[in-house]
Every structure is written in C-alpha cells, then in structure tokens.
Design a protein around this ligand. Structure first.
Ligand code: SAH
Length: 231
C-alpha cells in the first residue's frame, strides 16, 4: 500500500513538472519563432512575453493550443489576440517603467498582464461583464497587483485616472473615439485597430506632441468589433 502511494506521488509530481516544463518550453519556442523570427526586438516586450503564462488566460479545453501562432476563442464571441499581435502592439507603445496605461477590451486579461510586467500601472475596461469579472479574478489569482479592472463602455475612457502615457485599444473601431485622444497625455502614444469590417482594419499608431495629434498606419489586422452599450 505504502509503495503504491509513493509511486502515485512520484507520477503526479513528474507529471506536474512535465506540464510546467512543457508550457515553459512552448513559450520559449513561441518567442523565438513567432516574435524574434519576425520583427519583435524590444527586450522589455520579449521578456514580458516570456514571463506571462498565456495558458492561464485561455479556457481549459484549449490550453494545449495556448502558444500556437493565432488568436483563440475565449467565449462570448471574443478572442485573445495572436501572440505576435500582442507583442507588436506592446512594442509600438515604446513603454517606460513609470508609464500608466489604459487598455480598452480586457478580454482574458492577457494583454493587460503583458503590459503590467513593463509599466507602473494598467487600467483596463471590459464591456462584457462575465469576461471582465473572470479576468479580474484571474489577474488577482496570478498576482498582478498593478492592474485595475472595470466593467463598462471603454468609449468614455477612464476620466478620473486620465491622462495616460499610453492607450491600447484591443477591439476594432470605425473611428478613433475622441475622448480617448483627450485622455492621452502630452507625448503619449496610442495603438488602435481602425477600419470598417473585421478583416479590413489597420493598426494605427497615434501620438500627441505639443497638443497635436498624428496618426500613422502600421500593419493590416483582423480584430473583433468595438461595441457600444446600446448596440
Ligand atoms: N485584450 C484581450 C483581447 C481583447 S478581445 C486579451 O488580451 O484577451 C476584445 C475585447 O474588447 C472583448 O473582450 C470585447 O468584449 C471588448 N470590447 C469591445 N467593445 C468594448 C467597449 N466599448 N468597451 C470595453 N470593451 C470592449
């Protein structure tokens, strides 16, 4: 009996170590092939992508796909972006350690976790209540103390915490919400997918210098739509 218990304990332990190792290996491979293998070179972004356990942010049934090169379904018709897109958007923001960042579209909380590894604080808003609640619980469980979540329509930004050094919108808008431009700090950067339909959007990099707004087209992307409370 004693021997059987010992064997079982060893098997469980080995399995656990294997599982952890497996994810760590998959994550390292993801960084090498999907990020370094493309145009992600920012050390802070690469380190954050190496550290954040993406498999914790996807439904249990698809954990085995967490490090694949594509977006994944997180329920409620929403998706967690492809790792490359998360890294690309993060890199484009040219983040500094003291930055305060606003994210619209918490989803699983993965992008917020990646940002939280780099900056002082992340404020993130989600319109779909169950997603916002589970992301908040998940981020707390995983120990992310500098992410502040809120349920609501991100169209209005987060006025009492503005201005923000950087703003990231992770749902596709037809036009850039003007309130978000107001909530961008002087010298601030915003990355946002803009376009009419799911497959016809471009990531735009918006900057504010001496009060003037400039927007540059970056790469074509597919993003779930930005929705409004009354839609
Ligand atoms: N950043 C997320 C993925 C975002 S998917 C992650 O890392 O997992 C886009 C998210 O934006 C969805 O969860 C969607 O519900 C949310 N969203 C869409 N319109 C919104 C709005 N007006 N305000 C806040 N969140 C919104």
């Amino acid at each position: 009996m004693y021997r059987i218990v010992t064997i079982l304990v060893i098997i469980c332990f080995a399995d656990n170590v294997n599982g952890q190792d497996n994810y760590a290996t998959q994550r390292e491979r993801m960084v090498h092939t999907q990020l370094l293998g493309r145009d992600i070179y920012d050390i802070k972004t690469l380190d954050a992508m190496r550290e954040v356990k993406r498999h914790e942010f996807v439904p249990t049934s698809i954990k085995y796909m967490a490090y694949t090169d594509g977006p994944l379904n997180i329920g409620h018709n929403q998706t967690i972006s492809q790792p490359y897109i998360v890294a690309y958007m993060t890199q484009e923001l040219k983040l500094k350690p003291n930055d305060r960042v606003l994210e619209i579209g918490t989803g699983s909380g993965y992008q917020a976790a990646v940002l939280a590894k780099i900056v002082d604080s992340v404020y993130t808003i989600e319109i779909v209540e169950p997603l916002g609640i589970s992301a908040d619980k998940r981020l707390k469980r995983l120990g992310y103390k500098n992410v502040y979540t809120r349920i609501g329509d991100g169209y209005h930004g987060w006025p009492d915490k503005a201005p923000f050094d950087a703003i990231i919108v992770t749902a596709g808008v037809k036009e850039i919400p003007p309130v978000l431009l107001d909530q961008l700090a002087e010298g601030g950067r915003m990355i946002i997918p803009v376009g009419k339909t799911l497959f016809h959007r471009n990531l735009m990099l918006v900057t504010k210098k001496n009060g003037k707004i400039k927007a540059k087209k970056r790469i074509p992307v597919a993003f779930v739509p930005f929705t409004r409370k009354n839609e």
